[in-house]
Design a protein around this ligand. Structure first.
Ligand code: PMP
Length: 415
């Protein structure tokens, strides 16, 4: 039976603490999410009962560890609706998965004169691998721009994606603008021009139902730690035929068929892309996180966050001296809310909010070309998850008001 969201709060003891003598309000979920007891328990259980290397031994612990590791792969497969478990590669995270695609598929398929299309709001993880590939291959990197409202400009996408395009790589949800991109449409546009589509799911998979088969993406990368799993584990989904045709990413143990003195053959999918001892406990912990999210229901998680955005965003937008980035319409805005306070550096804002127990991030959010595009150096960013409540939103609003008053030097907009 689906667990009630309010009951889930007790699953996160870390949230039940005071910071600077104030109740902790954790609003840095786009950076990393907190882990429920169920995930921590899965890690402890593995290390206390089943720890062994996978795929190698015939002894009982090795068999148990292998079964738990492969079971986690099946959980992830069903969670994102991939057709086969062979299409699920365990990686270190979204960054690792995107680098994998650029270094293998990209190396093998991009040549001089080709074009790679990304968007101007990409996280550096979905930017630098393509930028460096383009430099190396003498290909051109093109950027899809944004509408005035901060959404992906699909009219611009239609002009940037051409028959010269080999790869289109775009985030499904922005880690700054709070926007969701029309990935299904983008994948179709890419395919119509003979290109492949790579999705960065780091900010989408934790927060909304994702069906990679329906979206018809060719590759899709995401991180375990943003969806309540451990750090150091992530997933790359890839269509089987593409993964089959690609060279390995790294060489070593576990990824081989046979090794001869002068050449080698590769293991079957997905192990061809999992060289060396993997983050076994991490994968098992991610499986527990998938169970946790599934038990609550991704639809309900998305609806809960939307309710909070509907409540919080208009109030932030209405605050004099506060600028909120991305769509003004809450219905178009995810739980990632980037903002600035007039004449205050976002680091000062984040420090002042921390004094009130409110944890937000400040900086360029690994999206320097986007900051440049927006004419900004940095922003503060509050980002929500399923354990956040209306009381958390109110605490942020009060803390913002107090921050403004604390720094009040007559330069904020008149109230
Ligand atoms: N893409 C996006 C949109 C992100 O928000 C992040 C993390 N901030 C990443 C990629 C990279 O994820 P990781 O650092 O876990 O590899």
């Amino acid at each position: 039976m689906a667990q009630k969201l309010s009951e889930s709060l007790t699953d996160f003891p870390i949230l039940n603490q005071e910071v600077n003598d104030e109740r902790l309000v954790y609003l840095d979920n786009a950076a990393t999410a907190q882990k429920p007891n169920q995930v921590v328990d899965a890690l402890t259980h593995f290390y206390q009962h089943d720890n062994a290397n996978v795929h190698r031994g015939v002894h009982t612990l090795a068999e148990r560890a292998t079964a738990a590791y492969e079971d986690a792969r099946h959980k992830v497969q069903h969670f994102i609706h991939a057709e086969k478990p062979t299409e699920i590669i365990f990686t270190k995270g979204a960054t690792d998965g995107l680098n994998l695609v650029a270094s293998t598929y990209g190396e093998a398929n991009v040549t001089a004169g080709d074009e790679i299309v990304i968007s101007i709001m990409e996280h550096h993880s979905n930017l630098i691998p393509w930028q460096q590939l383009a430099i190396k291959k003498h290909a051109t990197l093109k950027y899809i721009e944004l509408t005035a409202d901060g959404e992906l400009d699909m009219a611009d996408a239609a002009t940037k994606i051409t028959d010269k395009t080999k790869i289109v790589a775009v985030a499904h949800a922005s880690n700054v603008m709070g926007t969701v991109t029309p990935v299904k449409q983008l994948a179709k546009l890419a395919h119509d021009h003979g290109a492949i589509f790579v999705g960065d799911g780091a900010q989408s998979v934790p927060h909304m139902p994702v069906d990679v088969t329906d979206l018809d993406v060719d590759f899709y990368a995401f991180s375990g730690h943003k969806m309540m799993g451990p750090t150091g584990i992530g997933v790359l989904y890839g269509k089987e035929d593409l993964l089959q045709a690609m060279p390995p990413y790294q060489y070593g143990g576990e990824m081989i068929g046979f090794v001869h003195r002068d050449n080698s053959t590769w293991a079957e999918l997905p192990w061809k892309f999992e060289a060396g001892t993997q983050n076994i406990a991490g994968a098992i912990g991610l499986g527990a996180a998938v169970d946790y999210l599934t038990n609550i229901g991704m639809d309900r998680i998305q609806a809960h966050e939307q309710q909070l955005v509907d409540y919080l965003l208009p109030k932030m937008e209405a605050m004099p001296g506060v600028t909120v980035y991305g769509p003004q319409d809450p219905a178009k805005h995810t739980g990632v809310i980037a903002f600035n306070l007039d004449n205050l550096h976002p680091h000062d804002v984040a420090t002042a909010l921390d004094m009130e127990g409110v944890a937000v991030r400040a900086g360029h959010h690994c999206a320097q070309p986007l900051m440049d595009y927006l004419g900004l150096v940095a922003t503060a960013r509050a980002s929500l998850y399923l354990y956040n409540t209306q009381a958390d939103a109110d605490k942020l609003l009060t803390a913002l008001q107090e921050t403004k008053e604390f720094f009040n030097h007559g330069t904020v907009k008149a109230e």
